[in-house]
Design a protein around this ligand. Sequence first.
Ligand code: NIG
Ligand code: FE
Length: 423
Amino acid sequence: MDQSSLILIHNASQLLTLAGGPQRGQRLGELNLIQDGAVAIAEGKVLATGRSAAMLARYPEASTFDAQGHVVLPGLVDPHTHLVWAGDRANEFEMRLQGRSYLEIMAAGGGIVSTVNATRAASAEDLIEQTSERIWQAFRHGTTTAEVKTGYGLELSTELKQLDVILALNARGPASLVPTFLGAHAIPAEYADRPDAYVDLVCEGMLPEVKKWWRARTQRQPLPFVDVFCEEGAFDLAQSRRILETASALGFPLKIHADEFKNLGGAALAASLGAASADHLVRTSDADIEVLANSNTVAVALPATPFGLNEPDYTPAQKIIAANGLLALASDTNPGTAWGESMQFILALACRKLGLTPAQAIAAATINAAAALNLADRIGSLEPNKQADLLILNVSDYRQLGYRFGTNLVSYVVKQGRIYPVT
Ligand code: NIG
Ligand code: FE
């Protein structure tokens, strides 16, 4: 074959391939590490991986890129973010430091609804510019694919504006964005005294319209995910079920915010509906962990959320692993509970607060995170034919990920074969 368009990244102290598919239970943390490794890239995809010496001999004509004895691993996948918003909530952060709780602030008309007001008022161009900065931050810290939710519109036109922004930013790059419609993120102020009427609107008005709009806007792209915030003060279990069942009947793949503050049973609901993931899971009961672990629904832990809220309890990751579940990690980046774009910090939190080893945290933020987006066949590991999304770190031992925090360990991000230096 013509090797002139090949790129061979070689001399990686440790090439973490994460080969072998999503990792359940005790399998979590299988890095499939190649010492002194190399990865060959052609047309934006991984062609092969192996030892550097063998790969240099096999592809003598390739352009080479020397990883200089540093770690190379798949790009991080962030399967839960709310990156599209306007404004900030620094005032609420201060209120919480003075003793008010997140749910109290939300019940008093602040919280999600205050970001809704700012997002409704912002133009699409403004949202694109504000969000693009956050995406670049995430990308420089190693996120090559991020899921992004709507949910700061809570009316059809603003929800569609958010979806449009996600599509525009996916086309602009550098990261790939996976869209989720979260029209059921909160009860909007205008429906505060008749929440069921808002559920009717989501089911009968928004979901069919979103589908129609999506088909016209994107032609062949698969439908976005549909997500619900199943929580006291947001949507109860029956309302969540109705929304997700309606979405499923229309052909949307599903996600859920479950058990962040109270256990309403959302995790088991997600498993019973075949959702791609159930996220948060701080208050999930042992029985629901069993149900989840016996399904293909990925359990997504968001340790930046309790950290951001300064709350003591985290997702019981060890129970999920012991029950043979599929565990992934995400940032939950949003202006209310967790404004932090760096997945490296999520790994550091997961090692301390969820008891994961660095290897487990890396698997949870790559191949298992890809599974939470139904994309484990395309991203999340370095295997032939998968997207060439990878990171070259400035350290030689992968355990520095998780161990260190607050500084960026990424030197280069490679996105579909294109190399971006991180300065
Ligand atoms: O995942 N829980 C709901 N959504 C976000 C918070 C959004 C906000 O406060 O603006 C979360 O934590
Ligand atoms: Fe969230």
